[in-house]
Design a protein around this ligand. Structure first.
Ligand code: NAP
Length: 267
């Protein structure tokens, strides 16, 4: 049995939809006090209300609220951390999850495309960690969990050179951050999702979803809960000696050497 994380203060950036909302839900259902962030107020308010109600129904007294903050703004990240400190009484866990994945082939990739993806996915993760650092250090058992991706660190996909670079960059940041922050009792790890059912993934279209599903040995896309529980594990006291590591959660998607290696259904 893992030690309960009930009562821990958790910040989830990009927690208003998709994977971040799933992570926030898992923590809140396990009794944590969760602050979710995003940029759209209607989406954020609706998500916080929905997650708060789920947490209340689950048993332990979890709670969920929101703050509007753009992770590509250092000032917004500082405000997010200050609000978490005031409202939650500190920060024990930061899930730096906010991210975007617009498509652009190399020939068409503009400087603005590149800047935007690096600003949100890479600089946003760094700014979030920097802003939450004093509170994470004060916690004495601080945890940083980055949402990276298989795309970039392990695999490639046409249209996502800039995205892949941003996600591989997060892991470069993670390894040195883990060394620098270890003396403060803070661990820094990453979850590398495969293809997970989210609003963002749905925007890529049905062809994308069916094409990737065919490449996944488990024959299905992942769920946001499956990423949430991986993040929850990394936040437990029992994971205190794991730092600078990444966990792939992809139904085996990175394993096949060719499409023929994906086993056909024996039925
Ligand atoms: P999503 O459904 O589009 O949700 C993205 C979340 O991030 C929303 O809450 C969004 O809210 C927020 N966000 C976007 N830009 C932001 C910014 N500049 N500042 C603050 N919040 C921002 O995406 P998702 O599929 O859940 O992906 C979430 C993370 O998982 C990303 O880092 C993505 O790269 C990674 N990932 C996803 C998959 C997948 O299959 N879905 C696979 C691998 C990795 P607002 O738009 O209101 O700001």
């Amino acid at each position: 049995m893992f030690t309960s994380i009930a009562g821990r203060a958790v910040v989830v950036t990009g927690g208003t939809r998709g994977i971040g909302k799933g992570i926030a839900s898992v923590f809140a259902r396990n009794g944590a006090k969760v602050l979710i962030t995003g940029r759209d107020s209607d989406t954020a308010r609706a998500a916080a209300e929905e997650l708060h109600a789920q947490a209340a129904a689950a048993g332990p007294p979890g709670e969920v609220s929101f703050v509007l903050a753009d992770v590509s703004s250092r000032e917004d990240c500082r405000r997010m951390a200050a609000i978490a400190w005031e409202r939650l009484g500190g920060i024990d866990v930061l899930c730096a999850n906010a991210g975007i994945f617009p498509e652009a082939r190399i020939e068409d990739l503009t400087e603005e495309d590149l800047d935007q993806v690096l600003a949100v996915n890479l600089k946003g993760a760094v700014f979030s960690v920097q802003a939450c650092l004093p509170a994470l250090a004060a916690s004495g058992r601080g945890r940083v969990i980055l949402t990276s991706s298989i795309t970039g660190p392990i695999t490639g996909f046409p249209g996502w050179t800039h995205y892949g670079a941003s996600k591989a960059g997060q892991l470069g940041f993670m390894r040195t951050a883990a060394i620098e922050l270890a003396p403060k009792g803070i661990t820094v790890n990453a979850v590398l999702p495969g293809n997970i059912v989210t609003e963002g993934l749905a925007s890529l279209g049905d062809n994308y979803a069916s094409g990737t599903t065919a490449a996944i040995p488990m024959g299905r896309l992942g769920t946001v809960d499956e990423i949430g529980y991986t993040a929850l594990f990394l936040a437990t006291d029992e994971a205190a000696y794991i730092t600078g590591q990444s966990i792939v959660v992809d139904g085996g998607q990175v394993l096949p050497e060719s499409p023929d290696a994906v086993a056909a259904d024996p039925a």
